[in-house]
Write a protein that binds this ligand. Structure first.
Ligand code: ADE
Length: 248
């Protein structure tokens, strides 16, 4: 199999993406999504890796009405669709922060690579739609990458809320969720339409089954989890560089 020629790294929050953009010396490609017309919120930062492969960091951008980053599945699906249709990556890496679970050994600052993706907040109790709602997708297998990083692995569950209702918690248990976040299953859904392998790397800001309020713990630990992303995501990109997806 040919080496990866193009990698796209997708982020929801600018604060999560900036360290990688700086570490790789990427520059804003203002025309990357020009074919769409209009004022799409996504921002693409591009550059070349050692092997000559191209790397595009795609940020979901900001909501013009509320002036915050486009977190969640809508922004993620838009970013992924346009990334796949326009940039045609050989592999997508979704990087970001997430909630972890003490009952599965998770701690703030941990790095996880996803094994699979599920939705925990698309509950449709009608035959057929029930499974569609959960929408299970396998992450691209990356045993060598996981070994090189020495990181944890687990099921990543996606929903559009930072908090978790009792129903969410029951499903997160049923799905043996190790990582709770807001984009990965949407990215996997769209990437699968284009047959693009997806890898997700998440660092933990808060413990979902811990005693602290999620939003306070998240805000308190965001910069240390962003530091962990700053360390690990360049290592992931470096590991991919020059390899085929079958060598990961
Ligand atoms: N991002 C960081 N922590 C999270 C959580 N607990 N749930 C969803 N997204 C998150």
């Amino acid at each position: 199999m040919a080496p990866i020629a193009r990698v796209a790294v997708l982020f929801a929050m600018d604060a999560e993406a900036r360290p990688l953009i700086d570490a790789l010396g990427l520059t804003l490609d203002a025309d990357a999504f020009a074919r769409v017309g209009g004022d799409v919120p996504m921002r693409v930062y591009s550059g070349t890796l050692k092997s000559g492969a191209r790397v595009d960091v795609v940020c979901a951008g900001s909501c013009a009405r509320h002036n915050v980053c486009n977190v969640g599945t809508v922004g993620a699906a838009l970013s992924t669709y346009e990334t796949c249709a326009t940039l045609r990556p050989d592999v997508i890496v979704n990087a970001g922060t997430a909630g972890g679970f003490a009952k599965r050994g998770g701690e703030v600052g941990d790095v996880y690579v996803a094994t699979k993706f599920k939705n925990h907040d698309r509950r449709i109790p009608i035959p057929g739609y029930d499974k569609y709602g959960v929408g299970e997708y396998d992450a691209w297998p990356t045993p060598r990458l996981i070994e090189a990083l020495g990181c944890k692995t687990g099921v990543v569950c996606t929903g559009n809320s930072l908090d978790a209702t009792e129903t969410c918690r029951a499903l997160l248990d049923e799905f043996e969720c190790s990582v709770k976040e807001m984009e990965a299953a949407a990215i996997a859904h769209v990437a699968h339409l284009f047959n693009v392998p997806v890898i997700a790397v998440k660092t933990i800001t808060d413990i979902v089954d811990g005693p602290q309020a999620t939003e306070e713990e998240f805000l308190r630990n965001l910069s240390s989890a962003a530091d962990a992303l700053r360390d690990v995501v360049p290592r992931v990109v470096e590991f991919l560089d020059g390899k085929s997806v079958d060598e990961l």
